[in-house]
Design a protein around this ligand. Structure first.
Ligand SMILES: C[S@@+](CC[C@H](N)C(=O)[O-])C[C@H]1O[C@@H](n2cnc3c(N)ncnc32)[C@H](O)[C@@H]1O
Length: 236
C-alpha cells in the first residue's frame, strides 16, 4: 500500500477506530503501564514526539500522567487527527500539543525531543530500507540518547506456530468473523498489506535507523514492543 492508500484507509476507519479497539484496551493499557518505568528518567518538562498517533490514545495517557510534558503530534490522516484533537481538547491538554498533519519528512524541527512513541505504524512500511529510513527520521528528531518506544505486529510468519497464534489473534480482534475463511482473509491481508516480520528483524531495522540495540519489553498476541536509545554513533 502506498501512503495515499493508507491515508485513505485510516480516514475511512477513523470514526470507528476507537470502538474497534475497545476490546483491546487491556493490551493497550499494559503497554502504556510499561511506558512509565521506561520513560522514568526523562526530564520533568520532557518533549515527546508521537508518530502516527491516530486518535491520540497514547498521547492523552502520557499527557494526563505527566502534566508538564509537551508533545509533537504527527499524523497523516486528517480524520484520525481530528478525533485526536477532540480527545486532547476534552482532556484539557491542547496547549501542550503541537499538531502536524502529515509525515515526518515535512515536520520542521525547532526543538529536539527527549523521547518518541510510534505504536503500530512502522509495520505499514513494507520495504525494509524505507522502514529503516523512517526510524532514522525519528532518531534525527531526538536528543542524544533520546528514547524511542515502538510497537508493531511481529512474528515468525514461516513458523508452525504462526497459524495457531493467528487463530487466537483473530478471536482477540473480532467476536464475529472467526470462521476458517476469516482466518485465511486475515492471513492474506497481513501477508500483503502489513510487514509482519520476526521480532529479531524488526529490532535490527530499528537499530539500523540509528538506535542502540532495541530491548523487546512487551508481547501480547501479535503485538510486540521495543525501547531503544538513540545511538551515540548516530549523532554527527
Ligand atoms: C494502527 S494506527 C495506530 C494509531 C495509534 N498509534 C494507536 O496505537 O492506536 C496507525 C496510524 O499511523 C498512521 N501512519 C501510517 N503511516 C504513517 C507514517 N509513515 N508516518 C506517520 N504516521 C503514519 C496512520 O494514519 C494511523 O493513524
Amino acid at each position: 500500500m502506498n501512503n495515499d492508500e493508507l491515508k485513505r484507509i485510516f480516514d475511512q476507519q477513523a470514526s470507528s477506530y476507537d470502538k474497534q479497539w475497545t476490546r483491546m484496551a487491556p493490551i493497550s493499557n499494559g503497554l502504556y503501564f510499561l511506558l512509565e518505568p521506561i520513560f522514568a528518567e526523562l526530564p520533568s518538562e520532557a518533549r515527546v514526539l508521537c508518530v502516527g498517533v491516530g486518535t491520540g490514545k497514547e498521547l492523552t495517557h502520557l499527557a494526563k500522567r505527566f502534566p508538564e510534558w509537551r508533545f509533537t503530534v504527527v499524523e497523516p490522516s486528517g480524520a484520525m487527527l481530528d478525533i485526536c484533537r477532540r480527545r486532547v481538547e476534552e482532556e484539557g491538554v491542547t496547549s501542550r500539543c503541537y499538531f502536524h498533519e502529515g509525515y515526518l519528512d515535512t515536520l520542521q524541527v525547532e526543538e529536539m525531543h527527549d523521547a518518541a512513541t510510534c505504536f503500530l505504524v512502522s509495520q505499514f512500511i513494507l520495504e525494509q530500507e524505507a522502514r529503516s529510513a523512517f526510524f532514522q527520521q525519528i532518531a534525527n528528531r531526538l536528543q542524544p540518547e533520546g528514547m524511542l518506544v515502538s510497537s508493531d505486529l511481529s512474528f515468525e510468519v514461516d513458523s508452525e506456530n504462526y497459524e495457531a497464534l493467528l487463530g487466537v489473534w483473530q478471536r482477540v480482534m473480532s467476536t464475529s468473523d472467526v470462521s476458517p475463511e476469516g482466518l485465511s482473509r486475515m492471513k492474506a491481508m497481513y501477508a500483503k498489506d502489513v510487514a509482519v516480520l520476526p521480532p529479531t528483524v524488526v529490532a535490527s531495522i530499528i537499530e539500523s535507523g540509528g538506535f542502540d540495540t532495541p530491548v523487546q519489553f512487551f508481547q501480547a498476541g501479535l503485538i510486540h514492543a521495543w525501547f531503544a536509545k538513540r545511538a551515540s554513533s548516530d549523532i554527527t
